[in-house]
Design a protein around this ligand. Structure first.
Ligand SMILES: NC(=O)c1ccc[n+]([C@@H]2O[C@H](COP(=O)([O-])OP(=O)(O)OC[C@H]3O[C@@H](n4cnc5c(N)ncnc54)[C@H](OP(=O)(O)O)[C@@H]3O)[C@@H](O)[C@H]2O)c1
Length: 344
């Protein structure tokens, strides 16, 4: 165990594009060696990076309180239990939770967001990527909000990211016809390799024109991670009684001035279409249902995933920036230090 607890804290409220100077590095003592009953000391091994972290850094009302200036940056992670006074979380076990940008933290099973044990045989990468929140988001967004079914035409934006790449595959495996939207030829090629019939490179192609060519009868389910101009293009091509699933608005998270909203909402009226936002957190009690379908697909290799792994504690802030520059292919992760990877 190292002698100090390395931490990255929020140095100031970011204005517009995130920069590394928005974060400050510090070293503090490892938390209390004499644990209370029920408490565990966790050592972070892997960090997950989520677009929603950018929203947590804003001074605004959201689904979780904002990260305060001077506070450790909240982040998903996989940690090892290094000391335990809780029989449910024995020393050596791997757990998942929101343990933040730091080496060590104290936790309890009655915390508001408690640590959860990784299932046997599941390694940290798989827990944070293929079986993590972004996979559940894709699943419930498509199935519950989108009404996913065989034969539907589904368009997914940010299709080469963590959530989008899962959405593309889940839609395809449920028998839908899928078109992805992503930035750059390399990402689009990967999205097609996941089973999308085509993938539109929005940086180099005319999105409305390409949607019209690829979806002549309209889009039945538009799974939108981006907002702004991409959302407007999806609404412009929505099929009669189609559904726009508002998963995220990443085009506005890191912008000083958010892009204007869609100018064509009337099309939803003309097409009798529906638009609905959702939060994955509302579906946590149904993870078993999702894993019952995702698990066999993963085991058979029909559902694949990619993790984009960075290394080193010092690279944590710059790794978050990668999401807003479109540098990640699949799930963005960072390994803090090598460790045995599978739950005994
Ligand atoms: N509703 C929920 O409960 C829920 C839960 C999890 C995630 N989400 C949402 O899902 C979306 C994806 O999140 P994630 O964590 O899985 O990240 P991700 O998709 O792995 O990474 C973000 C991707 O977004 C694209 N992007 C970034 N800035 C952009 C911009 N200004 N315009 C267009 N595209 C941009 C980039 O891909 P390109 O190279 O293709 O541009 C980037 O790789 C986010 O909107 C997030 O809020 C929602």
């Amino acid at each position: 165990m190292s002698m100090c607890n390395r931490q990255w804290i929020l140095a100031r409220r970011p204005g517009g594009h995130l920069v590394e100077a928005d974060f400050h590095y510090r070293e503090t003592p490892v938390p209390e060696p004499d644990l209370d009953s029920g408490q565990v000391l966790l050592q972070n091994l892997w960090l997950g990076f989520d677009a929603t972290q950018r929203e947590w850094l804003k001074d605004q009302e959201g689904y979780l309180p904002p990260v305060a200036v001077g506070e450790v940056v909240r982040a998903s992670s996989v940690a090892r239990v290094v000391r335990s006074r809780n029989p449910a979380l024995p020393e050596g076990a791997l757990v998942q939770g929101l343990f933040g940008w730091q080496d060590y933290t104290l936790a309890r099973t009655d915390d508001p967001i408690p640590p959860s044990l990784l299932p046997p045989g599941v390694n940290p990468e798989m827990a944070l990527a293929a079986l993590g929140g972004t996979a559940l988001t894709a699943y419930f967004g498509l199935v519950d909000i989108g009404g996913l079914g065989a034969g539907k035409t589904v368009v997914v934006t940010a299709a080469g990211g963590a959530t989008g790449s899962m959405a593309v595959q889940i839609a395809r495996l449920r028998g839908a016809r899928v078109v992805g939207v992503a930035g750059g030829a390399e990402k689009c090629a990967w999205v097609k390799s996941l089973g999308a019939e085509d993938c539109i490179d929005y940086r180099n192609e005319d999105l409305p024109q390409r949607l019209a060519a690829l979806c002549p009868d309209g889009i039945d389910i538009a799974f939108d991670n981006v907002g702004g101009a991409q959302l407007e293009a999806l609404i412009g091509r929505i099929a009669p009684r189609g559904r726009v699933v508002l998963c995220g608005q990443i085009a506005s998270y890191d912008a000083a001035t958010p892009p204007p909203g869609p100018q064509n909402l009337m099309n939803l009226i003309y097409r009798r279409a529906r638009i609905e936002g959702f939060l994955m957190l509302d579906f946590l009690h149904r993870t078993g249902e999702a894993f019952a379908e995702l698990g066999p697909w993963l085991a058979s290799g029909q559902l694949s995933w990619n993790s984009d792994v960075q290394e080193g504690f010092e690279r944590i802030p710059q790794t978050l920036l990668r999401l807003f520059r479109g540098e990640n292919l699949g799930k963005q992760l960072l390994r803090i230090e090598p460790a045995p990877e599978t739950q005994a």
